[in-house]
Design a protein around this ligand. Structure first.
Ligand code: SF4
Ligand code: SF4
Ligand code: FES
Length: 489
């Protein structure tokens, strides 16, 4: 047996004016799930505690709650001591019971065709990854786009794509999805990571629906302009100043001392065309730590702005050009410092080389300790780094070497999925939400590791926003300054 103490959200609309938390301690068997803890509280301490369940085996979806902020199925999640259990982010009926109906009613039904055409084996294979939904609404409770727009949400999109693949259905699923907010999705991937059935809604439903919508001419005009620019120039941004690759003007950057590793650098459009100084800072940090950097000039846009917005016809050309650019130089490891490029190379390419984010490179080989800076900073997890690449600890490990870090919730800043360029009001609403969370931390600085996030967040906070490598470089400059002072004195 083990003892579990749980803080539980309470709200009874018949007697409470606002929600509060109760703390309970119960004894449960080793391996007990959250649902067992709730039963123990209900049966031995408070029979008024309201929670929902049915199957007890991960099949019905009715027991979803948030544990320490993360949506889970109570019947499947193992209990830990000192946990906080809250309802999903949906209208609360009582305690942990939320109102599922308004969302479930928006999920489309099959509209039978007049002629019966049964799905083929290949139709079924494509439908399969989308049909395991148990309507728990974990995905809906984490979707940032739903918070600030009329978007019907991830599982509604999953169902539209499922029906679009089903020959028995005669609804116009693409038009419906567009009307239901298809283009408001920021590609944050929170829905996929929250889904107990591991349904890859962003890539298997939303990007596929967007590709079908593109064929029908529904793509947002601004996204079409970006696609035209990529086709014409190989880059998603127009050149307005000397680029990083022009400034650096070398294929190979040698570190001054011993070479500890060699990486190819996939620069990405934002660092190359808009934030070259940040990429130059990264080069200084890599040189200082003995990393040789090869920068093939033939590299082009990774294709992320096209894949995320469903404009996929030119993506194979970009993939080939990028893979060839690094393969012909016999590069084993390609380093990215843009979370979006890294996620695209890792998840949307089949590369003959390993792809690593710069935080992985620096933590794998280890860095010379920089001086500590007297600043309190918070870290923004880029969605395409945290969820797209599963990288959470490495950036923190680097930041903590130079600065005191204060955490904040990992929420989407609103710059991804083509939302910043195509739906600026939505991007601004999500940026404001990010800015409010930054303010609550009391930090002097926001650190991140994605140029899109850094650029967008800078417009929604009065704090300095810096890339990890810039902060590390400042730590090295401070270390050198102190060393010079010591020599002089
Ligand atoms: S990827 Fe993010 S914005 Fe898009 S549907 Fe999923 S949770 Fe919502
Ligand atoms: S898609 Fe996954 S998270 Fe969303 S309702 Fe279905 S099972 Fe739950
Ligand atoms: S009780 Fe059915 S999924 Fe948890």
């Amino acid at each position: 047996m083990k003892e579990i103490t749980a803080r539980i959200y309470r709200f009874d609309p018949e007697k409470d004016t606002e929600a509060y938390f109760d703390r309970f301690t119960v004894r449960v068997n080793e391996g007990a799930r959250i649902l067992h803890v709730l039963h123990a509280i209900h049966d031995t301490l408070d029979p008024t505690l309201a929670f929902r369940y049915s199957c007890g085996s991960g099949q019905c979806g009715s027991c979803a709650v948030r544990v320490n902020g993360e949506p889970v199925l109570a019947c499947m999640e193992e209990s830990q001591n000192n946990i906080t259990i809250e309802p999903l982010h949906l209208p609360v009926k009582k305690d942990l019971v939320v109102d599922l109906l308004p969302t479930l009613e928006t999920i489309a039904f099959l509209k039978p065709s007049d002629t019966i055409q049964m799905p083929t084996k290949s139709d079924i294979d494509m439908i399969k990854p989308l049909r395991d939904c148990i309507e728990c609404l974990c995905c809906v409770s984490v979707c940032p786009a739903m918070d600030v727009t009329q978007f019907l949400g991830p599982t509604a999109m999953r169902q539209e794509m499922r029906l679009a693949l089903d020959p028995r259905d005669h609804g116009d699923r693409i038009l419906d999805a567009v009307r239901e907010g298809l283009f408001t999705c920021t590609s944050c991937q929170a829905c996929w990571k929250a889904c107990p059935k591991d349904i890859e809604i962003p890539s298997k439903a939303i990007e596929k629906l967007r590709a079908l919508a593109d064929r029908r001419g529904f793509t947002i005009p601004r996204h079409q302009e970006v696609a035209a620019l990529i086709r014409d120039s190989g880059r998603s941004l127009a050149r307005i100043e000397p680029t990083f690759m022009e400034i650096i003007n070398a294929d190979v950057i040698e570190p001054p001392g011993e070479v500890r590793a060699t990486v190819g650098f996939f620069v990405g459009c934002m660092y190359n065309m808009r934030l070259p100084k940040t990429a130059l800072d990264a080069i200084e940090v890599l040189k200082r730590n003995g990393i040789r950097v090869i920068i093939p000039k033939e590299q082009v846009c990774c294709g992320s702005p096209l894949i995320r917005t469903g404009q996929i016809s030119f993506v194979d050309t970009l993939r080939k050009r990028n893979i060839d650019a690094f393969r012909f130089r016999n590069i084993d490891t390609v380093m990215t410092m843009c979370a979006g490029c890294g996620s695209t190379l890792k998840n949307d390419y089949k590369t003959p080389f390993t792809v690593m984010d710069i935080s992985e490179v620096l933590t794998t080989y280890g860095i010379e300790p920089p001086a500590r800076l007297p600043i309190k900073a918070t870290y923004h997890d880029p969605c395409h780094l945290l969820r797209g690449q599963g990288i959470r600890d490495q950036p923190r490990e680097l930041i903590r070497q130079v600065i005191d870090l204060v955490e904040m919730p990992s929420i989407c800043c609103g710059s991804g999925g083509g939302v910043k360029s195509g739906l600026p009001d939505e991007a601004a609403a999500l940026g404001k939400r990010r800015g409010d969370e930054i303010k609550k931390t009391g930090a002097d600085m926001v650190i991140s590791s994605c140029p899109f996030c850094e650029f967008h967040i800078a417009g929604h906070t009065d704090k300095q926003v810096k890339n990890i490598t810039t902060v590390l470089l400042e730590g090295y400059k401070e270390k050198d300054r102190k060393k010079d002072l010591a020599i002089v004195s």
